[in-house]
Write a protein that binds this ligand. Structure first.
Ligand code: SF4
Length: 755
């Protein structure tokens, strides 16, 4: 990692966006793209005739309400990062060995610029060297078709891959004969999918942007930091606030995005005092959300007991839900002292939230990784569903659960079949469409793939985008696991650490970015994506590609299909004309009828979501399930803290655009640990000290050395550090129950003066 010599620490902010955000966007865009390229590119970002932001999955407004500049600071950074004029060509790789490059951090590696041609690292070689596309694809094809068992291959997908890329990629894996299709969703909202599928019969959120902006009376944002991770959500929240909605932010960190929002799209936002967003900041203990929502449901039950028929939506519960009696009994039996201890909140605070709840007709709960990356994550999200169901807050305007997705097409990739355990109905349709029998045995998710690689069960690892070793937990274990493979193949736009943690031999296949024109034999192509609210729309790049050698992800995947299987499934046609891929999707994936026609309309179309559309639930008995989820929490030994990994404002997932986090007062470095002043005092530590952070787990201790202590108003007993730097502390086997998502938000640590 880069030494953080220039690290400066100031005060955390209480406002977001505004002139400063605009200036940062412009500065960054100019540096990476130059003025005219910046203008040309940014004005097409998130427009109906332009391209989808490669960063988060926040939905766009309706076409008629889009502004000229329809992006946030982080969207601008993501685009500039991709559309940079910098290149890394063959001279660069001739000059720098893999070992040399491994000494650099990901920020530096990606900052070198765009990859320009396929590269090969031969067995025993020290440097990547150029390779012809045909030779590269032949090498991968031979390795995959030569496997003794197709399950010795793993196909990882990053959430940036388009619907068309994802669909052809899962087809390739299943045509080979494996369901080993781990993805970044395994590490983010798998817990949401598991909980929502079980309770309301669909693994996605069931609200729209308009529900938030125009209809909800109360919006609860739990374990999510929209100011940094989904910045244009602040515009929707501002619209909600201006019509009188209330916002409650539940978070151990008092994030700047919950303070005054200076909307850069309005004069009022740029020149005025901004709009204060959160009415109530709830400093829950890390991992205390399950207890908090149990407490809320208990408070609502008690009020319903006191005045029957006035708090619960009894008509909805009787008609559309089951399990209510058991759950109410469990809440009655709960002891407030347990709730208070686990949530870190006094009963009076929870009762105050309950006051807001009973005053609101329509409630939305949004959440992100702050809830999903805990051992009890699935139970927590089930309890949130209970909370919404009790007052009928599902399936009507301004109400419902809303997991806010991270990467731009992570939800669409899952819809397209990127999942290690797709249901038989999907596999049946795939069989009927393509005439081969897909494998039925479930594959490995991300954590199980790492275990399999570690244990020597994988020969070929293919990654469609992403930075696998930086995104995953237990860095040292994961890097060693990847190195166990015979061949590692990365399809990527820029160099990152995963490409350097290679198998016996490695290939680096450069692909087009979202911003770039995609010309194929069938003419200029567009791709499609699905946002957090299930809107599917088109994305068309316009820029001349960074190199004439680049191929689209779809062209690479279908080219590989041809190299492996001839043209048995029509790979060539799919690669030449993406309308053919969309026609197949139309036949295989529910909700995509008249795909081409509907996605060609400005703004695209919304996928069906029964709880939202018709207030129906595709569960085993057609009812939404109210469930019993006893509160649990991580037991933190004396002298230890509960650490959560977080992102900085100059970062999107594993991509680190810069070394500042101005909303938290950090400049020029990332190796920091945010600790409450009271926790520092009892340890004899002070702001500015350097500590080693040690995590403790059943299988031993892990150490992250040399972190600068930042005295910070996080909830007592908790602390935070940036990932991927802190991923080394997250044990591979520390995962959420049911979803197997790494528990990166509840790591037991102790701080010791740096050794
Ligand atoms: S909110 Fe997300 S999708 Fe929208 S511009 Fe910002 S980073 Fe991109």
């Amino acid at each position: 990692m880069r030494p953080d010599d220039g690290l400066e620490v100031g005060h955390p902010g209480s406002t977001s966006a505004g002139v400063r955000g605009v200036m940062e966007s412009l500065r960054y865009s100019r540096e990476e793209m130059g003025p005219s390229r910046s203008l040309k590119t940014l004005l097409k970002l998130n427009q109906t005739d332009g391209f989808d932001c490669p960063s988060c999955a926040w939905p766009d407004p309706d076409p008629e309400h889009r502004k000229t500049a329809e992006f946030c600071e982080n969207g601008a950074k993501a685009v500039a990062w991709e559309a940079t004029r910098k290149r890394v060509g063959r001279e660069f790789f001739a000059e720098h060995s893999v070992a040399e490059l491994l000494q650099l951090d990901d920020h530096t590696l990606e900052h070198f610029g765009r990859l320009t041609e396929p590269l090969h690292l031969a067995e025993g070689a020290t440097h990547f060297t150029p390779v012809d596309w045909d030779d590269a694809l032949r090498l991968v094809a031979d390795a995959l078709t030569g496997l003794d068992d197709p399950d010795r291959a793993v196909f990882y997908t990053s959430g940036r891959a388009s619907n068309e890329a994802a669909f052809t990629y899962q087809l390739l894996a299943r045509r080979l004969g494996t369901n080993n299709l781990p993805d970044c969703s395994n590490m983010c909202h798998e817990s949401s999918g598991a909980a929502l599928s079980q309770t309301i019969g669909i693994g996605k959120g069931v609200v729209t942007r308009a529900d938030i902006a125009d209809h909800a009376d109360l919006i609860i944002i739990a374990g999510q930091n929209p100011g940094t991770n989904h910045p244009r959500m602040l515009t929707a929240l501002e619209e909600a606030k201006r019509r009188g909605a209330r916002i409650i932010a539940i978070n151990p960190l008092p994030e700047a995005g919950f303070g005054r929002f200076h909307n850069p799209q309005t004069v009022r936002g740029l020149a005025g005092r901004g709009t204060p967003l959160a009415d109530r900041l709830v400093p829950v203990r890390v991992n205390g959300d399950l207890a908090l929502f149990n407490g809320l449901n208990k408070a609502l039950s008690e009020r319903e007991d006191a005045a029957p028929g006035t708090v619960f939506d009894t008509e909805f519960l009787e008609r559309s839900c089951d399990g209510v009696e058991d759950a109410v009994r469990a809440w009655r039996d709960l002891d407030w002292s347990v709730i208070e201890a686990q949530s870190g909140l006094p009963r009076s605070d929870i009762e105050a939230i309950a006051d807001d709840v009973v005053a609101a007709h329509s409630i939305i709960v949004c959440w992100a990784m702050g809830l999903t990356q805990h051992k009890n994550a699935v139970a927590t999200i089930r309890e949130i569903t209970n909370f919404l169901l009790l007052r009928g807050n599902v399936g009507r305007p301004g109400a419902g659960p809303s997991p806010i997705r991270g990467h731009s097409n992570v939800q669409g990739d899952r819809t397209m079949g990127i999942w290690e355990k797709m249901p038989d109905a999907f596999l049946d349709r795939l069989r009927d469409e393509f005439g081969f029998e897909p494998p039925r045995e479930h594959g490995w998710d991300t954590v199980d793939s790492i275990r399999a690689m570690r244990d020597g069960k994988v020969d070929v690892f293919v990654a469609l985008g992403g930075n696998f070793v930086a995104a995953t937990p237990d860095t040292a274990v994961t890097e060693a696991a990847v190195r166990n493979c015979k061949l590692t193949v990365n399809i990527a736009t820029k160099l990152n650490r995963t490409h350097l943690c290679h198998g016996t031999q490695a290939l680096l296949l450069p692909c087009l970015g979202r911003t770039e024109r995609d010309a194929r034999a069938g003419g200029d192509q567009f791709v499609t994506v699905e946002d957090s609210m299930a809107m599917v729309h088109a994305s068309r790049g316009r820029l001349i590609p960074a190199s004439p050698q680049l191929r689209s992800e779809i062209a690479i995947v279908t080219g590989l299909g041809q190299a492996m299987f001839g043209d048995d499934l029509g790979w060539r046609g799919m690669g030449d004309d993406y309308r053919i891929v969309r026609k197949h999707i139309e036949h295989v994936v529910p909700g995509f009828h008249a795909y081409e026609e509907r996605v060609s309309a400005p703004g695209g179309f919304m996928l069906p979501r029964p709880p939202h559309d018709t207030r129906t639930f595709a569960t085993d008995n057609g009812k939404a399930h109210v469930t019993v989820n006893p509160p649990t929490t991580v037991d933190v030994p004396e002298g230890h803290l509960l650490l959560q990994t977080v992102r900085s404002h100059d970062q999107f997932n594993t991509t680190v655009y810069g070394l500042d986090d101005r909303y938290r007062g950090i400049k020029g470095g990332r190796k920091v640990v945010f600790v409450n002043p009271a926790d520092l005092a009892v340890r004899g530590l002070a702001d500015g000290d350097t500590v080693d952070v040690t995590s403790v787990a059943a299988d031993g201790e892990r150490v992250a050395k040399g972190f600068r202590v930042v005295s910070y108003p996080t909830t007592p007993g908790c602390c935070a550090a940036y990932f991927p730097e802190a991923n080394v502390l997250v044990p591979l086997d520390s995962v959420a129950e049911v979803s197997n998502t790494p528990a990166s938000k509840s790591v037991i640590v102790r701080l010791e003066p740096a050794g």
